[in-house]
Ligand binder design. Structure first.
Ligand SMILES: NC(=O)C1=CN([C@@H]2O[C@H](COP(=O)(O)OP(=O)(O)OC[C@H]3O[C@@H](n4cnc5c(N)ncnc54)[C@H](OP(=O)(O)O)[C@@H]3O)[C@@H](O)[C@H]2O)C=CC1
Ligand SMILES: N[C@@H](CC=O)C(=O)O
Ligand code: NA
Length: 437
């Protein structure tokens, strides 16, 4: 029996997917039983890097998801629509779905997984987080017996590539972004990468799996890398840190003033100063890594290429293979495999950022007058913010530049201190505020 795939999209990921499926030799033997039956694209005239028989190609994507011969629909179109509608249509037609689309899953996961459960089909999404890195299935299966405490990851290849190159060669942000686009790492609209939205989609998905509940994307705090300047990268380096865009999902120890709700999660994305010795600090370029901490396993790090054609296709095809394997062994009348399907019902409660307890790095530009450092210290003290270091690092445009690193502090208190500092006559501006791990 051959399993028939309807492939929606032959861009970066679709091309890699077709290349694996068309060249099964030397891989898992079951791949030889999977064939590409139909292929949907936007333009039939576009030159393609993979040779696909022209009679398989169509621009009528709906005809693929309703084709009775198709067993598995692979959605690698990107964007919200028509991807969401086509996934839902495929499900109601009884097709299994494989998708790399974290934007659709993080927004419409509840609707999609409910429909899939009702229809008795799988929706697998290994490629949606960490590209080629196996992390979704390990969270569902191999780590399923653990109580997860935290998931911390570098989950966006484009921004990690940009930050790494800014750090190593001090290049211009826009030139480096253009390189990331030409390498196929960036989203069609790269603001999703740069502004942290892609990482927010991904951590919402990981949090949902790790903490067995649904996550409202609006609850995920999100800051991108636009505000990270060459000056911050350089100061961070001198202080023993690297700057990474980190995504966090954790049962956070909350400040004493927080509501006594033991199950509050922190789910957030922001650039972070990371000690150079931290396991995620050496993850560079398009590489991603996800550090999972659970009981009783302790810490596990998953790392590998987080974007790009071949690596992402590896994850897509592994999902196709998983479905084919289950269908082959279970036959037509199978029930959904509980370690492959997804059936969360309740929504997780997310703690407000004001209750987060973390260290901060802040850079101030001030008039160069006596007592400024003292005034800053007093304002921080007024709001119970204890400082680890405060140094005048030099001058910028005739203004004194002062860099502060705090001890652990409740974010709400730190923000109040900054509000007071902004009113100080000597303070010109606060160009950077970054959290420190
Ligand atoms: N690129 C990467 O490294 C990674 C991407 N992903 C995800 O994979 C998905 C695909 O990304 P990627 O391959 O980079 O995207 P591309 O833009 O490279 O490819 C998109 C493909 O879908 C087709 N397509 C898009 N919209 C339509 C439409 N309305 N009708 C018909 N065809 C359409 C395009 O057709 P045509 O070729 O004719 O224009 C193209 O073949 C996204 O969800 C992305 O987030 C996940 C992990 C990594
Ligand atoms: N644009 C994304 C692609 C993979 O998900 C990234 O840069 O990580
Ligand atoms: Na993955």
């Amino acid at each position: 029996m051959a399993f028939k795939v309807g492939l929606l999209g032959v861009g970066t990921v679709g091309t890699g997917t077709a290349q694996i499926l068309l060249n099964p030799e030397g891989r898992q033997p079951l791949l030889q039983e999977i064939e590409i039956h139909r292929v949907g694209v936007r333009s039939l005239d576009k030159p393609r890097e993979v040779q696909l028989p022209p009679e398989l190609m169509t621009t009528d994507l709906e005809s693929i998801v309703t084709d009775p011969a198709v067993d598995i629909v692979v959605e690698v179109l990107g964007g919200l629509e028509p991807a969401r509608s086509l996934i839902l249509k495929a499900i109601t037609q009884g097709k299994h779905v494989v998708t790399a689309n974290k934007a659709v899953i993080s927004r419409y996961g509840a609707e999609i997984f409910t429909a899939a459960e009702e229809a008795g089909v799988y929706v697998l999404l290994e490629a949606a987080v960490g590209g080629g890195i196996p992390v979704i299935q390990p969270l569902k299966q191999s780590l399923g017996v653990n109580r997860i405490q935290s998931v911390i990851g570098i989950v966006n290849g484009t921004t990690n590539y940009i930050l790494t190159r800014m750090q190593t060669e001090g290049g211009e942000f826009s030139d480096i972004l253009a390189d990331a686009q030409s390498l196929g790492y960036a989203e069609a609209d790269p603001t999703a990468d740069v502004d942290g939205l892609d990482a927010a989609d991904k951590i919402a998905i990981l949090a949902s799996l790790a903490f067995a509940g649904r996550i409202k994307l609006d609850d995920v705090y999100c800051e991108g890398i636009r505000q990270v300047s060459a000056a911050d990268i350089s100061y961070a380096q001198k202080l023993g840190f690297v700057i990474k865009l980190l995504a966090f999902a954790k049962r956070e120890e909350l400040a004493a003033t927080a509501p006594p709700d033991a199950d509050l999660l922190q789910v957030r994305v922001h650039p972070t100063l990371l000690p150079k010795t931290h396991p995620l600090a050496s993850i560079n370029g398009v590489y991603n890594a996800i550090l999972v901490e659970g009981d009783p396993i302790g810490q596990v790090v998953f790392s590998g290429p987080g974007a790009g054609s071949g690596p992402t296709a590896s994850a897509v095809v592994s999902d196709i293979l998983n479905i084919a394997a289950v269908l082959k062994t279970a036959g037509e009348s199978h029930r959904l495999h509980p370690l492959l399907s997804c059936a969360h019902q309740h929504y997780c409660a997310i703690a407000p950022m004001s209750e987060l307890v973390t260290r901060f790095y802040a850079r101030f530009l001030t008039k160069d007058c006596p007592g400024v450092i003292g005034h800053l210290g007093t304002s921080f003290g007024n709001h119970h913010v204890s400082l680890e270091s405060i140094v005048q690092t030099g001058f910028r445009d005739d203004l004194a530049e002062i860099v502060v690193v705090t001890h652990d502090v409740r974010e709400g208190n730190f923000r109040q201190a900054l509000d007071e500092i902004r009113t100080l006559e000597a303070v010109d501006s606060i160009p950077s505020i970054l959290r420190v791990l």
